[in-house]
Design a protein around this ligand. Structure first.
Ligand code: GUN
Length: 288
């Protein structure tokens, strides 16, 4: 059984990103990322802190704009984005999700200038995913595909089953897997899908992104399948919190050809994909 090791791949990728950031700094531009945070969610606070720390380690300029989740208005956030959109010293903007219920997340995504949209959530950039090649790609799907490519998992003609239809993972990932560079046959399942077990059992490559701890066991996995586990959940074991994926690793590990672990799979790669997008948006905005 092969472990799809996102931690070691991320370490390799980090070197490449460092070189690119240093080359930009040498030419006189320090990439600059602005993060908007308008929720009081613990997980978001951790994700944002990781993004800020990674930027600091790479000598990237990063600024956090924190809003009060209760008093923030749609107007406040759109106004802040408008200012950042026209500021030449800002190369990337992202708004950490989820947003408070009274804020329209689609409108926020649409307000971020496509050339600064490092999350690739703006509808223009999402639409570009219909094309065979694009400058920007959303970070989690990009991390999943990078992991599969690194381990030379050939997707041509393979049945790939994605569980989850989110805008962040399932939907963009399906479009990217359909591209000619991947040539996968893609099925997207979701909470209303019937016969989930049978569909999963038909998967050559299974990519669950549900967020339900240890939900999938050996009954869902075809022998010799490849599993990329995107789910992240916390469960209580004794008096400790444990991070788990959607797949019960110990129950499927002897059955699969390859599998990613949680933690240590897709997660460590996604932040580098974000910085990769920032390098691209910075180049696009500074190359004359
Ligand atoms: N919340 C969970 N994942 C993400 C992400 O990739 N980008 C943003 N902006 N928010 C998130």
């Amino acid at each position: 059984m092969l472990i799809l090791d996102g931690t070691s791949l991320a370490a390799k990728f980090k070197g490449k990103i460092e070189d690119e950031v240093n080359a930009l700094i040498k030419k006189g531009t320090t990439p600059s990322l602005h993060i908007l945070l308008a929720n009081a969610d613990d997980a978001s606070a951790i994700y944002v802190r990781n993004k800020l720390n990674t930027c600091e380690k790479l000598s990237i300029r990063a600024k956090l704009h924190k809003f009060n989740p209760e008093s923030i208005t749609q107007e406040d956030i759109l106004q802040k984005i408008s200012l950042l959109n026209v500021d030449e010293n800002v190369h990337g903007i992202l708004c950490q999700l989820p947003l408070p219920k009274h804020i329209n997340a689609d409108m926020v995504a649409a307000a971020i200038a496509p050339k600064k949209d490092v999350d690739c959530f703006n509808p223009f950039n999402i639409g570009q995913l219909f094309n065979e090649e694009t400058l920007l790609e959303p970070c989690t799907p990009k991390a999943i595909i990078a992991l599969l490519h690194h381990y030379q998992i050939d997707l041509t003609g393979k049945r790939v089953v994605i569980i989850g239809r989110s805008k962040i993972v399932g939907k963009p990932l399906a479009l990217m897997l359909l591209r000619k560079q991947n040539n996968a046959t893609v099925t997207v399942c979701h909470s209303r899908s019937k016969n989930l077990k049978e569909i999963c059992l038909s998967a050559d490559v299974l990519i669950p992104a549900l967020g339900k701890a240890n939900f999938l066991n050996e009954d869902y996995i075809k022998p010799e399948a490849v599993v990329v586990d995107v789910g992240i959940s916390k469960i209580r074991v004794g008096d400790k919190n444990k991070t788990c994926g959607d797949v019960d690793f110990n129950r499927v590990k002897d059955l699969v050809f390859a599998i990613s672990k949680v933690p240590g799979g897709v997660g460590p790669m996604t932040i580098h994909m974000l910085i990769d997008n920032l390098v691209k948006t910075t180049k696009m905005q500074t190359q004359k």
